[in-house]
Design a protein around this ligand. Structure first.
Ligand code: F0G
Length: 458
């Protein structure tokens, strides 16, 4: 049951079908181009789309807007120390700002960076700095039915084999993303975290945790890793993060705010200094980093709320319930559910669409057409050149939608599956130059209406 009541509402409406059809067409069949007013249930992302608490709003009124030495920054620093255990904070406007600050300091031409799986912006930042992002998921990560408890884990053996080829001196940083967003939001165990920390040590690399969903991950550890069955989510989070030299954090997830981020560092060495200078250059002075004082204040409160047991239990349970509702209706979903999202397997839902015709994106378009539901493709369209499965992510914003909305989403997805055979594949008609960022702005066309290459003769 929800551990809060809502005293503010944000009206939403379901447009008539023909208006949804027109909106989708105007959007170039890319739901990133839709207006939110045209969306009924918005599961595009769990990032910055959640609901703040009254305590967060109250803190915003007290935000200290000083350029330097803001009280609100000190509140955030104190929260990061208490909740996450990092002594030093370089603030940034959001997670990718923090990625730019950290990876711009650590990665240079020809380097290799390991991650259990790079998120799109992470991959883009490594590539933009001349690095080669290498994913090291465990084999069970791609088995959508395996009920292994930690399918988000990092496969150290894969990384070791690459090190044998490229040499440890070319590996400046090893990243562990908790939970593993690009692998269906699956959690990472503390045992695996220790193993990755030891590996990073072995190759003399900085060990970074991408901590944006650290509280959800800690909840899974409590439920699935016997060593931690009696530990609190707060204690688990601190323990897991204690193995890292640094973290990158997007406050838009488990910071429970609409914007904000930071790099957290264990000590005040050279890396801290480099990040601080880079932060000043790209984000803003080192006591605000692109956030207003009120953003910093709300973030400080949100971090503490994220490890509150009633909050995090209900949060993960809501996602789990959506996964069950979809499964009950025969929609093929990745099992078990992730912490922040449910992932539909579009290759199974729309088996007649060849993989180079983007079945995941076809499913995303159909969800919108059918029920005004916005989701996101995280398959071959978002990650061109890979052979990953065509998953569609239904990401649930925190403290925002109720069970009736989730029922609507499940019914919509079931309706799409039911008339799946009528759904056509797509082709990309325009795309940006950076392939890592393709899905944000590319435009597509359904193949059943593609114009012939040469006009028919008169
Ligand atoms: N790292 C991970 C694992 C993420 O999921 C994200 C964002 C970022 C870094 C970047 O943070 O958005 O604050 O700049 N993920 C969002 C998503 C956008 O929809 O999953 P940001």
């Amino acid at each position: 049951m929800r551990s809060y009541k809502a005293t503010m509402v944000d009206p939403i409406r379901l447009l008539p079908r023909e208006d949804r059809e027109a909106a989708l067409r105007d959007a170039g069949f890319n739901v990133f181009n839709l207006d939110s007013a045209d969306v009924f249930v918005d599961l595009l992302t769990d990032s910055g789309t959640g609901t703040m608490s009254n305590a967060q709003w109250a803190a915003m009124f007290r935000g200290d807007e000083a350029y330097a030495g803001s009280e609100s920054f000190h509140e955030l620093e104190a929260a990061v120390r208490d909740v996450m255990g990092f002594e030093h904070v370089v603030p940034a406007h959001q997670g990718r700002g923090a990625e730019n600050v950290l990876y711009g300091s650590l990665v240079s031409e020809g380097d290799v960076v390991f991650n259990n799986a790079h998120f799109d912006t992470t991959r883009a930042h490594i590539a933009a700095n001349g690095g080669d992002p290498v994913d090291c998921p465990v084999p069970e990560a791609t088995d959508m039915d395996s009920d292994a408890p930690f399918k988000g884990n990092f496969d150290v053996e894969t990384a070791r084999e690459v090190v044998d080829d490229v040499g440890a001196e070319n590996v400046p940083v090893v990243v562990l993303t908790i939970t593993n967003n690009s692998m269906a939001g699956q959690p990472v165990s503390v045992a695996n975290t220790r193993e990755v920390a030891a590996f990073a040590d072995e190759v003399d690399a900085t060990f970074v945790i991408d901590a944006c969903r650290f509280a959800e991950n800690a909840h899974f550890v409590q439920r699935r890793e016997p060593e931690f069955a009696d530990a609190s989510v707060a204690a688990i989070a601190r323990e897991q993060l204690s193995y890292a030299d640094a973290c990158v954090m997007s406050g838009k997830k488990d910071g429970l705010v609409n914007v904000g981020g930071f790099v957290g560092l264990a000590d005040r060495g050279d890396l801290y200094e480099q990040c601080r200078q880079r932060g000043i250059l790209f984000e803003g002075f080192s006591t605000y980093g692109g956030m207003s004082g009120r953003d910093l204040a709300a973030f400080a409160v949100g971090l503490r709320e994220a490890v509150d047991p009633p909050y995090v239990e209900e949060r993960v349970a809501q996602v789990q319930a959506l996964c069950e509702a979809l499964d009950d209706r025969g929609v093929p979903v990745y099992q078990p559910a992730g912490g922040h999202a449910v992932y539909v397997n579009a290759n199974e839902a729309l088996p007649h669409i060849p993989r180079d015709q983007y079945p995941g994106q076809a499913f995303v378009c159909e969800l919108y057409r059918e029920g005004g539901v916005r989701a996101v493709e995280l398959g071959r369209f978002a990650f061109p050149g890979t052979d990953r499965a065509d998953l569609v992510r239904l990401a649930v914003p925190r403290r925002t939608y109720g069970p009736d909305h989730m029922e609507h989403v499940a019914d919509t997805a079931a309706a799409v599956c039911e008339r799946g055979e009528e759904v056509s594949g797509y082709e990309v008609v325009s795309e940006p130059s950076m392939p890592e960022l393709r899905h944000f702005s590319a435009e597509l066309r359904p193949l059943d209406e593609a114009t012939p290459k040469s006009p028919p003769s008169q």
